[in-house]
Ligand binder design. Structure first.
Ligand code: SAH
Ligand code: SF4
Length: 442
């Protein structure tokens, strides 16, 4: 009776941690007998997992929630759950629920462990708001199978953040930093590997400080070394690294690990020391450049990516030029660039000298055009070289071709037999465009 099963659809916004949460929500739906659909019309349950890092994300999500009203009118039995970071902000669910009476469940990041119960209650109740202000830490030790069956799986190694960068809402919606014991992480990865997983991405807001606050006798380097020993796993990735906690020992561990991919996402946020200080980032541009030098010294083939914010309060043209200078000094293969967005409750929201939108836009454009050219030049220098690729399956845009990623996490498209899916192959890059590398099997 497959066809008669109720169906769920998940829409997720935001970072990889958010995506990982969406997978947990989805797995709860599956446990309650729903099967996945990608067609809104077919869904009996729609889960929207939200992000609140920037106002633009919130506006997009609020627009999406509004659009769902039609679906609910056409199908009154449809359940809609709005979950995650945006809802976790105090008062948000109460405010939004007045405008969106068609939503059945509003719940934040702290109640992810209660979602099964909320879903059951939603079939009886008309509307539920469940947003606990305290993080429920007992769920942190669960061995999750939410990512079971995936070739590439995300594994939480820690939750929350204590860095309080002045612009950032994350510590307020994800609670204080806490790490999972390495035994739990390795057990979870072992289960995922049994389900066919070949690549794991270890997730945390600042993986480099793994274990420190919890007083573990081991750190992120030790964790990486241990995961590197796990059988039948091909690749290990990790995100995100905070420059202030990137030690020489960690760089050495990455360099020496067999399965640890040579890709470091190292957000620098701003190139000016004045702005870095105002952002509460706890490092200087000189320190950042020195860390890059240390990385390149130990891992010459490393791929570096970063996050950058323009238009932080008080950013002068000279400060901004320092950001431009930094992207010109470091050969990032990719940069995620953002206009500063004021988030209520954060330190920077009360800073004077907020930068006008037109100035932020102009700076973003300039930064992007410089970085895009540098990203392309990074790709061009890959032409003619051979790279190890983990084959994921047919390419979405070119279904007759295969797709996969290099150890640096670059997407490669190449001709080959579908049987290769899930294996490591060697591919020679023949041509590149802005986002894709094209190649042939060696
Ligand atoms: N924990 C990670 C990422 C957190 S959010 C880290 O520290 O790197 C992802 C990115 O969003 C940040 O790196 C930052 O560049 C951006 N970001 C966060 N808050 C923002 C804000 N208020 N306005 C604009 N960009 C922001
Ligand atoms: Fe936000 Fe800073 Fe924590 Fe990253 S390290 S989540 S930017 S507060």
């Amino acid at each position: 009776m497959q066809g008669n099963k109720k169906k769920y659809l998940t829409l997720s916004y935001g970072c990889q941690m958010s995506e990982r949460d969406a997978e947990t929500f989805s797995s709860v739906a599956r446990q309650q007998g729903y099967e996945k659909t990608t067609e809104l019309e077919q869904a009996d349950l729609i889960i929207i997992n939200t992000c609140c890092v920037r106002e633009s994300a919130e506006n997009k999500i609020i627009g999406k929630i509004g659009q769902l009203k039609n679906y609910k009118e056409k199908k009154p039995s449809l359940k809609i759950a709005v979950c995650g970071c945006m809802v976790q902000q105090p008062g948000t669910a109460e405010k939004l629920s007045k405008r969106a009476a068609h939503v059945d469940i509003w719940t934040g990041t702290n109640d992810i462990g209660n979602f099964a119960q909320l879903l059951k209650s939603a079939s009886e109740n008309s509307k539920i708001i469940c947003v606990s202000q305290e993080a429920q830490k007992n769920g942190d030790r669960e061995i999750s199978t939410a990512e079971y069956g995936k070739l590439k799986a995300n594994v939480n190694i820690m939750y929350g953040c204590n860095n309080y960068c002045a612009y950032c809402i994350v510590p307020f919606v994800r609670g204080e930093e806490r790490s999972r014991p390495k035994e739990d992480i390795c057990e979870e990865i072992g289960v995922l590997v049994q389900g066919g997983c070949k690549e794991v991405t270890l997730l945390g807001q600042n993986v480099n400080s793994y274990g420190l606050r919890d007083g573990f006798a081991y750190d992120f380097s030790n964790l990486l070394q241990e995961v590197d020993q796990l059988p039948n796993l091909d690749r290990i990735r990790f995100i995100t690294s905070h420059p202030k906690d990137l030690s020489d020992l960690l760089i050495k561990t990455i360099a020496e690990g067999q399965k640890i991919c040579e890709h470091i996402h190292l957000p620098f946020q701003a190139g000016s020391n004045t702005i870095l200080r105002a952002m509460n980032r706890n490092y200087t541009r000189e320190y950042y450049l020195e860390r890059i030098k240390a990385i390149l010294g130990m891992i010459p083939e490393v791929r570096l990516t970063t996050d950058i914010i323009v238009g932080f309060p008080g950013e002068t043209e000279e400060d901004f030029e320092q950001t431009i200078d930094l992207v010109q000094k470091v050969h990032f293969s990719q940069a995620f660039t953002f206009m500063y967005s004021k988030r209520s409750g954060t330190a920077a929201a009360s800073y004077e000298e907020q930068i006008p939108l037109d100035v932020k836009k102009r700076r973003l454009q300039r930064l992007m055009s410089i970085q895009n050219a540098r990203s392309l030049s990074w790709r061009e220098q890959m032409t003619g070289k051979e790279y190890e690729v983990l084959v994921e399956g047919p390419s979405k845009n070119n279904p007759e071709m295969l797709t996969g990623r290099t150890r640096g996490n670059e997407v490669v498209v190449f001709p080959g037999h579908l049987d290769l899916a899930g294996t490591l192959v060697l591919v020679r890059i023949q041509s590149v465009n802005s986002w894709t590398l094209w190649g042939e099997l060696v």
